[in-house]
Design a protein around this ligand. Structure first.
Ligand code: MG
Length: 296
């Protein structure tokens, strides 16, 4: 599969997971079963009253990371931060707690270190949320060098999430994406990379009943990896993730990102891709990444 298929797959994977899961956010699996059975279509609605194909903060912040990198690939972190503020100023309806606190503090202090530390303190040290993981994929899509990917992946996390657990989750996730972009095998790649991230080894022992679809970054990434590992198509992975409920849009977006890179754009159902309202923006980002990508 060519790289372009995988880059487009990753970006549309995030958006499709986000748009599907957005309908189910904050619902329990019992409520989902009662109301939707098993949701397999992007229908909008839910607690955000979404239009069908409307995406939320997960996709919009992924776009912000990508645009920041494309503006200044050699030193993108300040530009990524500027893109976050631009998005924040657009008054999005769905903004996670840690990110809202960090971005409003940045607007006051103009200092990213202060911003993420402030959010860490203000949440009583609970800054290991999934908000930096949900947006980090473009770093792996853009750069071809593992060390550069790890460095920028960590820095983009630290803009808003002070906790090292958030950094580690982003690094683990983007190392998987980097390897899938280079045509590596599905399960052996996870087994190899997980050695550096022992918090996640439980994923191979859990059943679906043990999964906790919360916003805590370790719970979230365990859910996403579990859904990816225990299915064999893009659609099944993302449906499993969304139908867990809880932080459904973010968990499905993260699952969709990695599954999209691994299975490729063509494996994403057309009925989903067609619905995504920001599809032109995603395609434009993919084209610009591909154009620049061989230079780095
Ligand atoms: Mg969201």
């Amino acid at each position: 599969m060519d790289r372009c298929e995988r880059i487009l797959g990753g970006l549309f994977g995030v958006a499709c997971g986000d748009a599907l899961g957005g309908t189910l956010e904050f619902m329990s699996s019992e409520e989902i079963e009662r109301e939707y059975g098993y949701l397999k279509d992007i229908v909008g609605g839910g607690c955000w009253n979404l239009m069908p194909g409307e995406v939320t903060d997960d996709t919009m912040m992924t776009i912000a990371v990508a645009e920041g990198i494309l503006e200044n690939p050699d030193n993108p972190v300040e530009n990524i931060g500027k893109q976050f503020i631009k998005w924040y100023d657009s008054k999005p309806k769905d903004i996670g707690n840690i990110i809202r606190i960090a971005l409003s503090e940045y607007k006051r202090s103009n200092d990213w270190m202060k911003a993420s530390y402030y959010a860490h303190q203000a949440t009583g040290g609970m800054s290991a949320g999934n908000g930096s993981l949900m947006r980090c994929l473009p770093v792996a899509l853009y750069y071809n060098d593992a060390d550069k990917i790890l460095e920028i992946t960590a820095s983009q996390s630290m803009l808003t999430h002070y906790d090292q657990k958030a950094v580690d989750a982003c690094k683990f996730y983007n190392m998987l994406a980097y390897r899938y972009l280079n045509d590596k095998l599905k399960i052996p790649t996870i087994e190899e990379c997980i050695e550096k991230y022992p918090d996640y080894k439980q994923v191979f022992r859990l059943t679906i009943k043990n999964l906790k679809p919360s916003g805590y970054v370790i719970d979230t990434l365990v859910c996403a990896l579990w859904c990816f590992i225990n299915t064999s198509t893009f659609e099944d992975a993302v449906c499993e993730a969304a139908n867990l409920g809880g932080d459904a849009d973010t968990i499905a977006a993260i699952t969709g990102g990695i599954a999209g890179v691994y299975y490729g754009y063509d494996a994403i159902p057309d009925r989903w891709k067609e619905k995504i309202l920001v599809k032109e923006q995603l395609t434009s980002i993919a084209k610009r990444i591909i154009k620049n990508n061989c230079k780095v």
